[in-house]
Design a protein. Sequence first.
Length: 330
Amino acid sequence: MIDNSPYDAVLVVSFGGPEAKSEVIPFLENVLRGRNVSRQRLLAVAEHYYLFDGVSPINENNRQLIAALQKELDANGPHLPIYWGNRNWHPMLVDTIRQMREEGVKRAVAFVTSAYSSYSSCRQYLENIAAAREVVGPDAPKVDKIRVFYNHPRFVESNVENVRIALNRVPEERRSQAQLIFTAHSIPISMAQNCHYEAQLKEVSSLVANAVGPNTWKLAFQSQSGAPGQPWLGPAIGDVLKDCHSAGVTDVVVAPIGFVSDHMEVIYDLDIEAKRLSETWGINMVRAQTAGTHPAFVKMIRELIIEKLSGAALDDIPGQNCDVGCCRVS
């Protein structure tokens, strides 16, 4: 349970991304350190970033989200400053926690830019925070992570509106027959077997699809990486698009529900690769926006902060569904 000590800051924790060509290789080396990924694969992924002058959209998206959240907190409380630290690139988490200590922060509530339960989207961030605090030292501020939020009504609301906007770009006479395809980053099956990641994705996809209307939907996975031969969650987005072509589908709306903002994986794997496949097969593909800075999403973060401040019991909160207790605080 959370004790009565007040929080004196919000910490936004994210993945990070390069913002110049010179940063791409060092960034990818950080991401892939300790993983069985060949240098050849690293260099191939680097080419994705070079198509965009080495700039991933994630850092700028986080700046915009932090600005929107600070405005929301200033207007409606709680009146807390926001800090930002990344797992893989500047501003690095350890530097941010050191800055927080130097500025007198004793305890912070952390919002991680991932909605789901899995090792890489939840527990690894807890490890990152713990490791950064250890480097900073015994006087590092305490950091309590906000729970997963994949089926929070406001997260659902933001995605429903974005999917509707995308659907409206399909010609009206074909709109009701358009196929909805929700996508998320694939993870190894061995990881998926030890978390609720896939089940959570299916739940939120169903919630969004049911709110949007009559369109049928599928869940696909993208951005598979790792050692050759290692089984990963599927079906892959390319295979789903191929099936749509075989079934005579003329229009698809692709919604990257597994991401809260645009990453390189979104703009390359969907906007370039999936779009290219769709055009090859004569499919009109429209990509829905991520939650980003949607007003409902920003309000959700404030509500989650208040929830954490209240010390609410996680088992009583719909959507926690985290059997390994990732976000519990002893």
